[in-house]
Design a protein around this ligand. Sequence first.
Ligand code: 13P
Ligand code: SF4
Length: 366
Amino acid sequence: MPVWETLGPVTSRHAAPPMSASSGDALRKHGRLPAPSLEWNAEVERETAHLYARVKNVIPAVEWPFFAPTIKAINAVKQQRNAVILAHNYQTPEIYHCVADFVGDSLQLAREASRADADIIVQAGVHFMAETAKILNPAKTVLIPDLKAGCSLASSITGDDVRLLRERFPGVPIVTYVNTSAEVKAESDICCTSSNALQVVESLGAERVIMLPDEYLAKYVASQTKVKIIAWKGHCEVHERFTPEELRLVRANDPSVQIIAHPECPPEVIAEADFTGSTAHMIDFVRQHRPKRVVMVTECSMADNVAAELPDVEFVRPCNLCPHMKRITLQKILDSLLHMTEEVVVDPLIADKARRAVERMIHLKS
Ligand code: 13P
Ligand code: SF4
């Protein structure tokens, strides 16, 4: 059924809320490390050869000397620091395949964060992901290599907005997408990601549910359930740019092409797709079905990361870049590990409330 009601700001984006970080405590606790050599030589080439084998289909050999010394340095510093790197599926191949300890969609990263056995977690992703890792690991040091790595969905709603919604719809459960600040999570009953949104909504046994802040994800869930969904007018600035016309053009050129879309896309874009799912579900689809030609209607690095693994699949564009995800680079990851910047901090009272909503989602039976 269509969404029951959509509320929210007239414009789709607020100014990004201030993000919290402080490098002071982490630096005092773990100390600074000296900068390692970043020289390209035969030893670096030999020691990184097994990593180059993972990305040789997407990174030309001539470019490897620019990446390899930093990759080697990050992997050494990680061991020295007892740190792990969690990387989202939208990270570039040299991060995703060569320095990450765990990769995945938002749900997989939240799960990995909850079982992380390390002193330090570096989030190669955006701020809300790092905050989720901190909420689940209050005693650990969580770093984000660039504090400006935000998200248009997370900045479309505030804790005050959620409190007002609760007043307006007393007793109606509030589900928030993990793409939100800790304060918004703290005001919610349960979180969801794009891989479990329908399951979370239906788990509540309610006739009406408020689903925040992604209007298109809410519409996608509403199309598959009898639960009445009250949505918010937040949008992902990457997925809202796709159009049905560009997908129809691709299909007209090759009717056998498979089009797979993320549920943050507008409904008329999803209507053109053969499959819709979270980033992890999209990757699984390509691994299982091995289409000859496929369009991944999402962030560009997804296709690069899967192409590294499946050279027999042709990835057809369009794709769009997420400017926030692309703030994370190898050099910033190394600097973050050496200098303990930027440490993500969450007010403990907010973190305790937000943890309930995140853990309720993680512990949902699948
Ligand atoms: P996934 O949970 O599907 O990885 O989505 C996160 C995200 O930010 C997509 O834009
Ligand atoms: Fe946020 Fe969209 Fe970037 Fe994902 S792709 S982090 S939803 S802006």
